[in-house]
Design a protein around this ligand. Structure first.
Ligand code: PFF
Length: 442
């Protein structure tokens, strides 16, 4: 059966923004600040930066090597490079993003709900509002809206849908975030927020759970270990410097996470919500922030609208990439056209989302098992494949590379071979242990 020629990104910027759009999401603006405050402040930020550089960048490069060399989505890519025995790992890379999308879209749906609330006026009983919208029919409704947008964009194609949307949405997100960070900095009472976020506390750094948190946060945030970067890079030409792009995308992702903290904590402290964040869960902010915005009148509505719209935009560009893995896999493996494949994968993720939309417990459980365990396993599998199975990965990495990246590239391959597998094995051990405790109790 002859395949039509593979789609391509139209420009380097288009690819970088689409991949950065995948990486930059709620994980940066919402999850990262919490993890940092919880896990040692500035010390956690440094640990996270270290994980991004040591594991994140090489693993993103590894996925680019696999995607660009084969020009295939995960299952076909792994079959080509590793043979039949590697197909199950390819299947994991198709299942993981679809499941993640199903619950990620629910949380994105909450942010959409609050962006609309900003227009209508925030509720004065925020706790009840959160209970009403976070699960059940309203959650399903918002999930549906976001899944329709995601499916329509992905059905339009790599260049006409995903790339075009990223070229508009990513600069919009940057403007919204920088605007918020500046506004937050100008609030009286913001400085304790910076201190809370960035206080260096070294004790946590020796805690294996914190180290595991920093690593899994880096994987989730960079969208590695879930087939996304394999799929996106299958649309790249041999002229692209994939090592350089891995560095650019990873550090943009880090920067936005760092800025996320510079927005969230000063806002929390300036709004007098600091008691809510100490020891509270992430969900608490979905109650306290809208509550505080409600008390600020019109200005609160404006700022709240910008804040939640930024989250919606960040969530959407991540959702495109999560869905694209399924769509590309159906197209490549079953020979379907993009429209039918898009509809099929879109319906699948929409249907899967009904369960986490009904119960926050299921949502949290999926995040622990799939978002953590499957992703860490996916990263380990990719490191083993590229480090030990793929023929001459260095040749692919330096293809199209500038002299600088040609010099760095061998170091990246050595890291993928020898450093990352044992490190991830330890992290995986702690992830399994935590998942075990979650499933079966102590
Ligand atoms: N990388 C994105 C983020 O950090 O928000 C998208 C994402 C991927 C979110 C995987 C959640 C997830 F489990």
């Amino acid at each position: 059966m002859s395949q039509p020629p593979r789609e391509r990104f139209g420009s380097r910027l288009g690819f970088v923004l689409a991949a950065a759009g995948s990486a930059i999401g709620l994980g940066n603006i919402w999850r990262f600040p919490y993890q940092a405050a919880d896990g040692g402040g500035a010390a956690f930020v440094l640990l996270y930066l270290f994980m991004t550089a040591l594991i994140g960048v090489p693993m993103m490069a590894a996925e680019f090597i696999v995607g660009r060399r084969t020009g295939r989505s995960p299952v076909g890519a792994l079959r080509t490079l590793g043979g039949r025995r590697w197909i199950p790992l390819g299947v994991l890379y198709v299942v993981t993003p679809l499941v993640i999308l199903s619950y990620f879209s629910i949380v994105s749906g909450w942010t959409l709900n609050y962006a609309l609330d900003a227009i209508r006026g925030f509720s004065t009983t925020p706790g009840e509002r959160y209970a009403a919208i976070s699960a059940g029919l309203p959650a399903i409704k918002n999930h549906l809206v976001l899944m329709v947008v995601t499916t329509v964009v992905v059905m339009a194609g790599v260049r006409k849908g995903i790339e075009r949307a990223a070229l508009v949405l990513m600069p919009t997100l940057a403007v919204l975030l920088v605007g918020l960070a500046v506004w937050a900095a100008a609030r009286p009472g913001a400085s304790p927020g910076y201190l809370f976020y960035l206080k260096p506390s070294l004790a946590e750094l020796l805690d294996p759970t914190v180290v595991k948190q920093a690593a899994t946060q880096a994987f989730l945030s960079l969208s590695v270990g879930m087939g996304v970067m394999v799929t996106y890079s299958s649309y790249l030409s041999k002229q692209e410097d994939i090592g350089r792009e891995a560095v650019v995308i990873s550090f943009s992702d880090f920067s936005v996470a760092f800025i996320g903290g510079l927005v969230v904590f000063p806002v929390i402290f300036a709004l007098g919500l600091s008691d809510d964040v100490r020891g509270a869960t992430m969900g608490a902010l979905f109650i306290s922030l809208p509550g505080a915005f409600a008390e600020m009148g019109t200005l609160g509505r404006a700022i709240g609208f910008v804040f939640f719209s930024a989250l919606v935009v960040a969530g959407l560009t991540s959702s495109f990439s999560l869905l694209e893995v399924g769509v590309a896999s159906i197209m490549d493996e079953l020979g379907m056209g993009r429209k039918v494949a898009g509809l099929t994968a879109g319906l699948l993720a929409t249907g899967l989302g009904i369960l986490p939309a009904m119960s926050l417990g299921i949502l949290g459980g999926l995040d622990k098992i799939v978002g953590e365990l499957f992703v860490v396993g996916g990263v380990l599998g990719m490191a083993l494949l590229v480090g030990w199975k793929v023929h001459d990965p260095l040749a692919e990495l330096v293809e199209g590379a500038s002299p600088l990246f040609r010099r760095i590239a061998p170091g990246a391959i050595v890291t993928i071979r020898y450093v990352i597998p044992p490190l991830i094995a330890v992290i995986l051990f702690f992830s399994v242990k935590d998942a075990w405790v979650l499933l079966l109790g102590n």
